[in-house]
Ligand binder design. Structure first.
Ligand code: FES
Ligand code: FES
Length: 170
């Protein structure tokens, strides 16, 4: 089947077999290996990407189901050379150890914050409840998402002199 989709802002077109999963399409056809592949049974959430802004498990989504959609992977989080506040939050609050769950966690966090810019701890835990982390115990992940909520313009903008700070917030 012929598929056309926008991935991290770039339009891609491919002829693929209908059985190809989105995670394999992203990793093997497009080389976007930031999307991790863990359980393959919709349990771990390491494979989460966004389709039209919604977090989905790409190991149980056929690539053809994303035909005509906007797909965002972890490679598309940073913009214009600046980390997304979610990425900064994971750095500031040590929200990862091995990092295997991290790309999916960050895509879910970004989707949450786009819908709810000031989520409570309970709301964050609910949002990531479909994703497993074997390392952190989740506390630092929750803090990382809260950090991003409290710094919507990112740390760089806050550290900048007043004039630059105003420009960064525009
Ligand atoms: Fe998709 Fe585990 S690899 S949920
Ligand atoms: Fe290792 Fe989450 S940081 S699984």
């Amino acid at each position: 089947m012929h598929v056309t989709m926008t991935v991290n802002g770039e339009e891609v077109e491919r002829d693929i077999e209908p059985r190809v999963l989105l995670v394999h399409f992203l990793r093997d056809d497009l080389g976007l290996t930031g999307t991790h592949w863990g359980c393959d049974t919709s349990n771990c959430g390491a494979c989460v990407v966004q389709i039209d802004g919604e977090p989905v498990k790409s190991c149980t989504t056929l690539a053809v189901m994303a035909d005509g959609c906007h797909v965002r992977t972890v490679e598309g989080l940073a913009e214009n050379g600046s980390l997304d506040p979610v990425q900064q939050g994971f750095m500031e609050e040590h929200g990862l150890q091995c990092g295997f769950c991290t790309p999916g966690m960050m895509l879910t966090a970004r989707a949450l914050l786009d819908e709810n810019p000031d989520p409570s701890e309970t709301e964050i835990r609910e949002a990531i409840s479909g994703q497993l982390c074997r390392c952190t115990g989740y506390a630092t992940i929750v803090r990382a998402v809260r950090w991003a909520a409290e710094h919507p313009a990112g740390a760089a903008a806050e550290a900048a002199p007043e004039g630059e700070k105003e420009a960064a917030e525009l």
